[in-house]
Design a protein around this ligand. Sequence first.
Ligand SMILES: NC(=O)c1ccc[n+]([C@@H]2O[C@H](COP(=O)([O-])OP(=O)(O)OC[C@H]3O[C@@H](n4cnc5c(N)ncnc54)[C@H](OP(=O)(O)O)[C@@H]3O)[C@@H](O)[C@H]2O)c1
Length: 287
Amino acid sequence: MKIETYPLKNGMVIPKIGLGTFRITPDDCEKTVSAAIQSGYRLIDTANVYMNERAVGRGVKNSGVARDEILIASKIWPTEYKYKKAGKAIDATLSRLGVDTLDLLILHQPFGRVDEAWRAAEEAVKAGKVKLLGVSNFDEDDLEKLLTYCTIKPILDQVECHPYCQRRTLGAYLREHEILLESWYPLGSGSVGLFAEQAVSALSEKYKKSPAQIILRWHVEEGYLPIPGTKNPTHAAENADIFDFSLTDEELSSLRALDRNERFFKMKKWVQRRAVFFQRMNYEKQK
Ligand SMILES: NC(=O)c1ccc[n+]([C@@H]2O[C@H](COP(=O)([O-])OP(=O)(O)OC[C@H]3O[C@@H](n4cnc5c(N)ncnc54)[C@H](OP(=O)(O)O)[C@@H]3O)[C@@H](O)[C@H]2O)c1
């Protein structure tokens, strides 16, 4: 199975779909990552707070595919954003993954000392420890601020995005700044309601593709980069098998009509800002 890619400004490319690993236990994660790579995935998304970076590292190694063909993305949490801590957090991520270079480092949330974390991240790029930088959960105002001082621009912004929450305004802003929109919860977190929508099931029937494949194809046609999560290798293979059909403008419109600006992850920004600082975990304790 061949996964198409988006070109990046520095000459690299990034797959149009990746594998998400949130809420996946180390044992499931190791197996699914290996199987997904064997079925064609070349982008794996993890984070310090998912507590499965070691398993991702093992899964990549056991896949039998050369390390330099695979992009691993990981994220650091705001509790580690102070300059010195951020540098240490990046080194610890490399060590848990068991790699010399991290392909994509993402700042997980737009809270706390983003400026200091970004400085540490840029230095990690200059030192050859990290190849690309990205952000997550950044709105336009968070990006505006970052763009005033960064010397290396983020290649992507990973945000909640699915047919019920299509992020049109942010999407236009990101396009204007040549930053990719990477969709988390791309399947609405496996929402049964979304899979059963008439607009989705009609296309599922027409193209002989599953509802998940129709939704993921929609993301790609919008120019987004979905990272569906699964602990099931059959689902992983199915989710990436979306490059042999395309949707017409009319069909895309029928899916665009599902937008109701509804987030599955509902939390006011100020509550979220406070909540992230309570999330202190011992990342070294993972399997
Ligand atoms: N940056 C952030 O703040 C943030 C937040 C949340 C998530 N993320 C990232 O985004 C990724 C995706 O989010 P997510 O995994 O929570 O949600 P998701 O991809 O929208 O949905 C995952 C759910 O869909 C099910 N599923 C997957 N493929 C399926 C298929 N073909 N048919 C039927 N069900 C299917 C999975 O169950 P099975 O396991 O049974 O397949 C799982 O329950 C995460 O893994 C993580 O990497 C980032």
